[in-house]
Design a protein around this ligand. Structure first.
Ligand code: ZN
Length: 155
């Protein structure tokens, strides 16, 4: 009697689902942005930290961070494995330091930088509202204001 609960085909289907689940935060964010009517580019390798989402016209870069790997101050982020605790803490510490350097470098060259946490994606409505506000701000650049200054918005 075998103890293997899955046959081979079923097992690979299960593994595929687990694997695709790992990319869900970024895909969810992309779906929300598309719903907001935004055009964006992915993984700009020429920018510090390789931001997950980039909107060159708005000079807006968004990072999607896993709570544990990037040291988020939330329930999921502070759940450090008991085994090799020092190792994990050091690794997360290096990630956090690298993130900070990337954000500083981007801001120094005129980019707005936003971070979206894995746990933010649990409340899609709240995240959508936040992104919408961010996009409104990003659109209100000096050029955009100047262009709309002569508009007929005065009622
Ligand atoms: Zn979190």
């Amino acid at each position: 009697m075998t103890t293997d609960v899955y046959d081979k085909a079923k097992r690979s289907a299960v593994m595929a689902r687990v694997k695709s689940k790992n990319t869900t935060p970024e895909r969810t964010l992309r779906r929300i942005l598309t719903g907001l009517g935004v055009r964006y580019r992915l993984h700009r390798k020429d920018l510090p930290g390789n931001p997950d989402i980039v909107m060159p016209g708005r000079r807006l870069a968004i990072f999607v961070h896993g709570c544990f790997w990037h040291g988020h101050d939330c329930a999921r982020g502070s759940r450090v494995p008991k085994a090799n605790r020092d190792y994990w803490l050091a690794k997360v510490g290096r990630n956090v330091a690298r993130d900070e350097r990337s954000v500083a470098a981007l801001r120094a060259s005129g980019w707005r930088v936003e971070g979206v946490w894995e746990c933010d994606l649990k409340d899609e409505a709240a995240l959508t509202a936040r992104l919408s506000a961010i996009l409104d701000q990003a659109a209100a650049s000096p050029e955009a204001s100047a262009a709309s200054a002569g508009g007929s918005d005065n009622t």
